[in-house]
Structures are given as structure tokens and as C-alpha cells.
Design a protein around this ligand. Structure first.
Ligand code: EPZ
Length: 417
């Protein structure tokens, strides 16, 4: 297993380019199931999670070819409708094939994803929505078995604005008979990106980005060539890296409109942020002000940035409180940060952080995707050397993060242990 070794204390300087968004690419690649033909996707990030969904699509009979950041998928000969446990346990977002399979194959057998490090991650809202579209859902032997001769539009209310639930139901209803209305739908930019692709395929999806999405079922869809939107969480992670190291970096190929809550919070810590079209310039400004934070569904502050922001608060001036309102167990990074000298106390969904003068490098272990990123960030600012193990978690969602940070002047390298 690889490890990443960081010698802290260097301010980041220079320019870096953000890659395509993992959480947009996953549903968009799954949407290729909806109709036969060759899809071409550009700006697809090279990540373990993307490899997982490509392997899953190939196991169903799709012809998948990759060339750099371009992926071509021919789904004309799709002949399987199963997403087996060995795939889904590696990447729970494989549940995104459920809606498209049901629409294309009239049946689907998908392993239940089960929980993960950050929480139970139920899929009840996905299944309830598909039942309302007329699917017959059975849960047996750890699998969801769904069948539907013809899906029919309906009104679906989500108790919680679920991101992949909204995406699954958008795809399932694209060719259903009649109109589907999703209420309390998720509003993330990745939802809008998927809706744009579905509409280019010939669907009729209106209202994406708001909490009410209307999908008028169409008779057929066609394959398309599209480019994946930039990854707002990678951009946010790099912004925090600049703030932490008192650096001065330009983050290129991002969409500032997707980063408003992160920009707002970083500016409150005293960081200087300049927006130049699809580039954001971030200049650190010590001392860092302590601020409070609540993770909320988009457009609120993203839970996927909570761990990264916690590192910033751990070396800020004073006290801050972070409320994690989305997942019930997303403080796993705290114990490792405390081993590096952070002063953080957890009480339920609240983390109380007392800013310390500095962190000290240590051997630490990654536990999930965003926790891994937070440990890398902590290493950038800690005195001495930090050794992060189990970085396969990081590779699920960040493409060569250590190379990007090294290009900005960080003393960071990957070693195979
Ligand atoms: C998506 O996960 C993202 N993953 C997550 O990113 C992100 O953290 C999350 O949305 C929240 O923004 C992808 O897009 C592939 P949810 P998802 O359904 O869709 C509860 C990362 O680091 N819920 O919006 O699984 C759920 O337990 C990953 O890139 C139900 O109760 O999240 C959670 O408390 C981590 N029943 C809340 O809703 C359901 O049927 C939001 O979950 C579905 C969800």
C-alpha cells in the first residue's frame, strides 16, 4: 500500500488546474445505460471510483474505452442487469445504476451498498421513489431486486434532499410514461450537470438546481458527447491548502458559482480571495480567524469540505464549533488530527476546536476519502514530517493530489511501502 510523506511549513505558490468532478461523472456515466449507442465523456477524472463504475458497466456488456481523461462507452450490447456485491461494496455510488437499469432493462438486481465509514448511508428514499414510479421492489440476500414493465410518472417527496436519490429518480423517470415531480430534491451542481446531459440526450428535465424538479417522460434518448464539470470539492480542498500554508495560488478551471459557501467561509477567516472568471486566486492571511460552521445540503456548506475546514480551524486564533448535520459519523479524522496536536472535542454532531499555535508531524492513517485529504492538509502545515498511510482512500476521489501540491512547492511525495 502506498503512503504519502509530507514535510510541513512551505507556503504554496503558483497555479493549479482542477480536474473533472467525481460526483458529476459517476451519475453521468451511469446515464449511458439509459439508451444504446456510443457516448463520449471528456474531462473525466482518473480516480478509483471512476474505474469502479467503468468496470461495472463493462460487466453489464458495455464496451468501455479510456484515453487520458476521455471515456467512450458503447452500451448498444448491454445484456446484464446486475450490480454484484463485489462491485458495490467497493463503491457505494454503484447504486446509481439502479434507476437507469430499471428504465432500460425493465429489471435490476443491485447489491445494497450498506454503510461506510461515515455513516449508515441508507437507500430507502431511492427505493420509495422507484416504487412510486411503479417498480416492484424486493430486498433479498443483500440485494435490491427491482422490476417494472413500464415506469409511470408520479409525484415524489424526499424526506431528505438526497443527492444520488435525486439522480437515480431523474434517470428512472426520463422515459417513464407521463410526468414526474421530485419535491425537496437535492440542489447540488452535480444534479444540474446530470440534468443538462439528460436534456442533451433528448429528455425533458426542468428545475434542476431548485428543490422541485419536473421530468416529462419522453419516448427515446440518444447518446451524446459531453464534458464533465469541474470538481468543486477538489477546488475547495486546494483553497484551504493555500489558506493553511499562508500561500498564494491560482486555482484554474473551476466554477466560482459552485464555491460560494466555501468562498464566504474562507473570507470570514481572513483569507483574501479574488475571482477571475473560471480562476480563483487565494492568498493566505495569518493569523487565521476562528469561525463556526454548519454542514448543510447545497447551497449550504458542503459536508465533503468539513474535514478540510476543520484542519484550518485547528490552527486558527480562538475557538470554533463545527456542526456535521449530514452524516452521523464524519469525525473519524479528529483522532488523527489530535495525534498531530490539534485540540478538538466531539459531542454528538458538534466538534469544538480550540486553535493551537501549530501541529506536529506524525504517522497517521487515512480512514475515508475526505478524512485522507484533511490529513494531507494537516501535514502541509505541521512542523516536521507526516506519513499518511492507506492513501487508497484518497485515490478514490483525488487525482494525483500529491503531484498538484508538489507543483505548488509542497515537500510531498508518494512512496510504495
Ligand atoms: C452524495 O452521497 C455524495 N456522493 C457524497 O460525497 C456527499 O457527501 C453526499 O452526497 C452529501 O452531499 C456522490 O455524489 C457519489 P445523500 P449520497 O443521499 O447521495 C440520508 C464524497 O466524499 N439518506 O445526499 O449517498 C443519508 O444517510 C462523497 O465524494 C437517507 O436517509 O448522500 C445522509 O444522512 C461522500 N436515505 C443524507 O440523507 C436515502 O435513501 C444525505 O445523503 C438516501 C440518503
Amino acid at each position: 500500500m502506498d503512503e504519502i510523506i509530507i514535510k510541513g511549513g512551505r507556503p504554496l505558490k503558483g497555479e493549479v488546474i482542477v480536474g473533472g468532478a467525481k460526483n458529476a461523472a459517476l451519475p453521468i456515466l451511469a446515464a449511458s445505460i439509459l439508451t444504446g449507442g456510443t457516448f463520449t465523456f471528456h474531462n473525466v477524472p482518473k480516480l478509483k471510483d471512476i474505474d469502479s463504475i467503468k468496470q461495472l458497466l463493462a460487466s453489464m456488456g458495455a464496451d468501455v474505452k479510456s484515453n487520458g481523461h476521455t471515456v467512450c462507452i458503447d452500451t448498444a450490447n448491454l445484456n446484464h442487469f446486475e450490480a454484484p456485491y463485489e462491485h458495490v461494496r467497493k463503491m457505494r455510488a454503484s447504486i446509481l445504476v439502479l434507476g437507469p437499469l430499471l428504465s432500460r432493462m425493465k429489471k435490476a438486481k443491485v447489491s445494497m451498498p450498506g454503510g461506510c465509514a461515515i455513516g449508515a448511508r441508507p437507500i430507502d428514499l431511492h427505493l420509495n421513489g422507484l416504487s412510486l414510479l411503479g417498480a416492484d421492489i424486493k430486498l433479498a440476500h443483500g440485494y435490491v431486486e427491482a422490476t417494472a414493465q413500464k415506469l409511470s410518472g408520479n409525484e415524489i417527496y424526499f424526506d431528505i434532499p438526497t443527492v444520488t436519490g435525486t439522480e437515480n429518480l431523474m434517470m428512472a423517470s426520463a422515459m417513464a410514461k407521463g410526468t414526474t415531480i421530485l419535491r425537496n430534491a437535492a440542489r447540488e451542481p452535480e444534479i444540474t450537470a446530470l440534468a443538462d446531459v439528460l436534456n442533451q440526450m433528448g429528455a425533458d428535465v426542468q428545475g434542476a438546481g431548485s428543490s422541485v424538479i419536473t421530468i416529462k417522460g419522453v419516448k427515446k434518448l440518444k447518446p451524446v458527447t459531453v464534458s464533465i464539470i469541474p470538481d468543486r470539492i477538489e477546488a475547495g480542498t486546494l483553497m484551504v491548502a493555500a489558506a493553511l500554508t499562508n500561500g498564494d495560488i491560482k486555482i484554474k478551471n473551476c466554477d466560482p458559482n459552485h464555491l460560494r459557501s466555501i468562498i464566504h467561509k474562507l473570507e470570514k477567516t481572513g483569507v483574501d480571495i479574488k475571482i477571475l472568471k473560471n480562476t480563483i486566486r487565494v492568498k493566505g492571511n495569518l493569523p487565521i480567524n476562528s469561525i463556526d460552521l454548519k454542514t448543510m445540503p447545497y447551497p449550504g456548506f458542503p459536508t465533503d469540505m468539513q474535514a478540510q475546514f476543520m484542519v484550518l480551524m485547528s490552527v486558527a486564533n480562538g475557538f470554533s464549533v463545527i456542526d456535521e448535520n449530514i452524516f452521523e459519523n464524519r469525525f473519524i479524522h479528529v483522532s488523527e488530527l489530535c495525534r498531530m496536536g490539534a485540540d478538538i472535542t466531539i459531542s454528538g454532531s458538534h466538534a469544538m476546536i480550540k486553535g493551537v499555535a501549530g501541529l506536529s508531524g506524525a504517522p497517521v492513517m487515512a480512514s475515508d476519502l475526505r478524512a485522507s485529504a484533511s490529513l494531507i492538509l494537516a501535514g502541509l502545515v505541521a512542523t516536521g514530517t507526516t506519513r499518511v498511510s492507506r492513501v487508497y482512500h484518497l485515490d478514490r476521489g483525488y487525482e494525483s493530489l500529491e503531484k498538484k501540491l508538489a507543483s505548488l512547492g509542497a515537500a510531498i511525495k508518494r512512496v510504495s511501502s
